[in-house]
Design a protein around this ligand. Structure first.
Ligand SMILES: Cc1cc2nc3c(=O)[nH]c(=O)nc-3n(C[C@H](O)[C@H](O)[C@H](O)COP(=O)(O)O)c2cc1C
Length: 178
């Protein structure tokens, strides 16, 4: 394969393509939500997720103060609302009202589930040792919800700037054991 040099500033585009999620927080009875794509699974049992949440975001304050959040997983149905939530700060507006998102009470945390998202992960911060240096949080999923009616969720995957990929065909690949 003939390769060409790729700009370091665009490396994130090659790896960022997990589903865009909506991180919901609640602090002093104010709820907020922000889209996020810089996240990664870290452990199965208990399920641990790592993510980068910039300290420039309003959500950083509620997350560090309450140590709780809900990671909501949207589909294409609310893609425009998701992207719009990422271009305005919860410090100034109520994004649930503005973007017609429905908050539902969670079972184990104060942050809300977003009803329009097909899956919701209630999380507690498990490790904040890399927050100061990288704004990197490790959270443990303490309760998970899924809509059984959604068989093949058309999740949205950020490809940089205004480009998104929609989840596609699922195939099975069996390892060849010789
Ligand atoms: C598709 C998309 C993905 C994003 N991913 C992240 C991310 O992984 N981490 C982060 O800190 N901000 C991310 N952002 C930016 C925040 O969502 C954005 O700054 C948002 O307005 C913060 O909201 P808040 O100030 O109400 O917390 C992303 C935005 C978009 C549109």
């Amino acid at each position: 394969m003939a390769k060409r040099s790729f700009p370091l500033s665009k490396v994130y585009i090659l790896l960022e393509s997990g589903p865009v999620v909506m991180v919901a927080t609640a602090w002093a009875s104010k709820m907020n939500v922000m889209p996020m794509s810089w996240h990664t699974m870290m452990e199965f049992k208990p399920p641990l997720i790592g993510f980068v949440m910039s300290d420039q975001n309003y959500s950083f304050g509620p997350l560090t103060a309450t140590k709780e959040c809900v990671i909501n997983i949207p589909t294409i149905k609310i893609a425009e609302e998701v992207v719009s939530c990422g271009n305005v700060s919860g410090a100034r507006i109520n994004k649930f009202e503005k973007f017609h998102l429905t908050p539902k009470p969670a079972a184990k945390v104060k942050a809300p589930l977003i009803d329009e998202c097909y899956a919701n992960l209630e999380c507690r911060v498990a490790d904040k040792s890399m927050v100061e240096k990288y704004c990197f949080f490790v959270v443990e999923v303490v309760k998970a919800w899924i809509d059984p009616a959604v068989k093949d969720p058309l999740t949205i995957h950020h490809m940089g700037k205004e480009d998104f990929m929609i989840a596609g065909k699922t195939i099975k690949i069996k390892p060849k054991m010789n």
